[in-house]
Design a protein around this ligand. Sequence first.
Ligand code: ADP
Ligand code: MG
Length: 150
Amino acid sequence: MSSKQIQTNTEEETLKIAQRLANLVKPGDVITLEGDLGAGKTTFTKGLAQGLGVKRTVSSPTFTIVKEYEGQIPLYHMDVYRLENSDEDIGFEEYFNGSGLTVVEWAQFIEEYLPNEILTIHFNYIDEHSRLIEFKPKGSHFEDIVSKLG
Ligand code: ADP
Ligand code: MG
């Protein structure tokens, strides 16, 4: 539909785009991050946290499934990799309908719980310092946001 691709050539450029996106989201928004290991998913989440004014350092939630950070609105960072082959519901609805921004890595494992309106961001490794970041909005709210991204 109205996907947008942006290439970044440094980690800082990726952080900047994420910060801009953080200033466009609203409470209850859900963003899913796709891409291989090292593609930049957690780096992007750090940028979102910076944009939301989160003071704590964001680290990968691999062993906790969800990490919550306090910002202008809360940030819920989920890595649901360990829920592959499990239909465990850790209370996703409450996060997705809550007052924060939810960011999900490995969202394909909880597909049945995801809301209809969502922003999927796919990270493609180009070379050591470059990534092609594809923004795939579902629903008018995220289409609007992506159109403002640059
Ligand atoms: P993932 O969470 O997808 O496994 P990470 O964000 O943890 O990936 O790691 C990405 C790595 O790639 C980091 O070490 C980061 O410094 C590096 N990197 C190099 N160039 C970029 C770029 N343009 N955008 C994002 N990360 C980059
Ligand atoms: Mg990661």
